[in-house]
Design a protein around this ligand. Structure first.
Ligand code: PHE
Length: 413
C-alpha cells in the first residue's frame, strides 16, 4: 500500500506523477507548534491575537488543501511559478500542502467572518540555511468593511484613533503613496475608498509592529522603532505592500499585505464589502524577538530549548551546547544542617568550570535512626564548544569528589 498510496494525517491518498511530499515533511504535519502555549511560536501567536481583540482567531485548519484553494481562489495565473512541483509539496494532482495562509481566505470570508486572524503551518520547497526551512508558520489577518457611506465613517474613526496612538509613540515610519501607477487601485474600486482601506491597513499594521517590536531589548534599544513600507505585488491584492522593520542596522522583511482583490470577496459570496489582508511569517519575527539564531531550533524537542520559554513572556534565548552530555552521579551524607544546594553547585563550578552544564538533585533520603540526610546529585558535564571525552569528565568528577571531602568533610556514599 505504501508504494501506491501516501498516508497524510491519517488519510491514504493515491500517489501519482505529482506526488513529491517526503516523509520528513509528513512528520512535521502533526506538530502544530503554534498551538503550544510555551513555544515561541505559540507565545507570538497569542501576542498578535491580543493586539486584535475583536478579531475571530483560527488556528486549527488542516494543511492539506486543493490547488484551487491555494492558487485559483486567489487569482494566481495558471503558469505562476509557485504552482511548480519544484516549489510546492503535492500529495497528488488533487491535493497539496498550503504554501501560505491566504489559502483559507475565501473559505473564511465565506463563513461570514469580517475581521479575522488565522495562524497555520505552511510548506514550501526551499533552500537549507539558518533562516530557511521547508515548514514554517504564518498569521493571516483580514478586515472588511461594509461598502456604504456610513461604514466609511466607521473606518475613518478607526483610522483617527490609530493615528493618535501612533503619533504619541516612539516610531518612525517611511511611507509611500497608498496608490500609484505601479501599485494601482482595482478597476472596480472607488479610489477614495481604496485609499481609506490602504490607510487603515497601514495604521493597523504600524501599530501591530509597535506592539510586537516597540518595547523589546532585542530591537534597536533606546531608539525609535523604524518601519518602512514598500510597493509589492501579490496576485490577490491591489494595491500591495511589504513592511520592513529595521533590526541591527538592516531592513528585515516582516509581512506582505494589500487591499483584497474584489474577485476574492466575490468568490466568497460577500457583497458590498471592501477590505484589507496581510500575511506575516512567525519564525522571522520570533527569531528577532527571542534572539533565536537558527530556524531549526523551533522544531527542537530538547528541553534546554523548550524550557526556556513561558506563556505570555518574551525573553532572550540562551544558546546551549550541541555536544553530547556526560552524566555522573554523586551521593553523600550532608555535612551539616546549614549546607545549601548552592554550596554544592559553587563547588562543582569551581572544580569543573564551564564544562558543567547542570546539576540536579535526583534523590534525597533521611535515615530513620541517625536522622542524617543523604543527597544524590546528577552532574551533567558538557562543554559549549567541544565533545568531552569520558576521561575528561571523570577527571572533573574526581576533582568534585575530592574538593567535597576537603572543603566540607563529607562522607561519600
Ligand atoms: N500570502 C502572502 C505570502 O505568503 C502574504 C500576503 C497575505 C500578501 C495577504 C497579501 C495579503 O507571501
Amino acid at each position: 500500500n505504501s508504494a501506491s498510496h501516501v498516508s497524510v494525517l491519517g488519510h491514504d491518498y493515491p500517489r501519482d506523477s505529482h506526488t513529491n511530499i517526503t516523509s520528513a515533511i509528513i512528520h512535521k504535519l502533526n506538530k502544530r507548534l503554534h498551538l503550544q502555549p510555551s513555544h515561541p511560536l505559540g507565545i507570538l501567536r497569542t501576542l498578535i491575537e491580543s493586539h486584535f481583540p475583536k478579531f475571530s482567531a483560527f488556528s486549527d485548519m488542516s494543511p492539506v488543501v486543493t490547488p484551487a484553494r491555494n492558487f485559483d481562489d486567489l487569482s494566481f495565473p495558471a503558469d505562476h511559478p509557485g504552482r511548480a512541483l519544484t516549489d510546492s509539496y503535492y500529495i497528488n494532482k488533487e491535493y497539496m500542502l498550503r504554501t501560505h495562509t491566504s489559502a483559507h481566505e475565501v473559505e473564511t470570508f465565506k463563513k461570514g467572518h469580517r475581521e479575522w486572524l488565522l495562524t497555520a503551518d505552511v510548506y514550501r520547497r526551499d533552500e537549507i540555511d539558518a533562516s530557511h526551512y521547508p515548514a514554517f508558520h504564518q498569521v493571516e489577518g483580514a478586515r472588511i468593511f461594509h461598502d456604504t457611506p456610513n461604514s466609511m465613517k466607521e473606518i475613518e474613526e478607526d483610522s483617527t484613533r490609530l493615528s493618535a496612538y501612533l503619533a504619541s509613540s516612539n516610531i518612525v515610519i517611511e511611507d509611500i503613496p497608498h496608490i500609484s501607477a505601479t501599485n494601482p487601485v482595482q478597476p472596480s474600486h472607488d479610489s477614495v475608498k481604496a485609499e481609506l482601506i490602504a490607510k487603515n491597513l497601514k495604521l493597523s499594521l504600524n501599530s501591530l509592529m509597535l506592539h510586537l517590536f516597540g518595547g523589546h531589548a532585542n530591537v534597536n534599544e533606546g531608539e525609535p522603532l523604524r518601519v518602512r513600507w514598500i510597493e509589492a505585488y501579490f496576485p490577490f491584492t491591489s494595491p500591495s505592500f511589504e513592511v520592513e522593520v529595521m533590526f541591527h542596522g538592516k531592513w528585515l522583511e516582516i509581512l506582505g499585505c494589500g487591499v483584497v482583490l474584489q474577485s476574492t470577496l466575490d468568490r466568497a459570496n460577500v457583497p458590498d464589502s471592501i477590505g484589507w489582508a496581510f500575511g506575516l511569517g512567525l519564525e522571522r519575527i520570533a527569531m528577532i524577538l527571542f534572539g533565536i539564531p537558527d530556524i531549526r531550533l523551533f522544531w527542537s524537542k530538547d528541553p534546554r530549548f523548550l524550557e526556556q520559554f513561558a506563556p505570555g513572556t518574551i525573553n532572550t534565548f540562551k544558546p546551549f551546547s550541541k555536544h553530547p552530555p556526560c552524566y555522573k552521579d554523586i551521593s553523600f551524607w550532608l555535612p551539616s544542617a546549614t549546607f545549601h544546594e548552592n554550596d554544592f553547585c559553587d563547588l562543582v563550578r569551581d572544580a569543573a568550570g564551564d564544562s558543567v552544564e547542570d546539576v540536579k538533585l535526583i534523590d534525597s533520603f533521611t535515615h530513620p535512626k541517625t536522622n542524617r540526610t543523604s543527597h544524590c546529585y546528577r552532574v551533567n558535564y558538557r562543554s559549549m564548544d567541544r565533545s568531552l571525552t569520558n576521561e575528561e569528565a571523570n577527571a572533573y568528577h574526581d576533582r568534585v569528589i575530592s574538593e567535597l571531602k576537603q572543603n566540607f568533610g563529607v562522607e561519600i556514599r
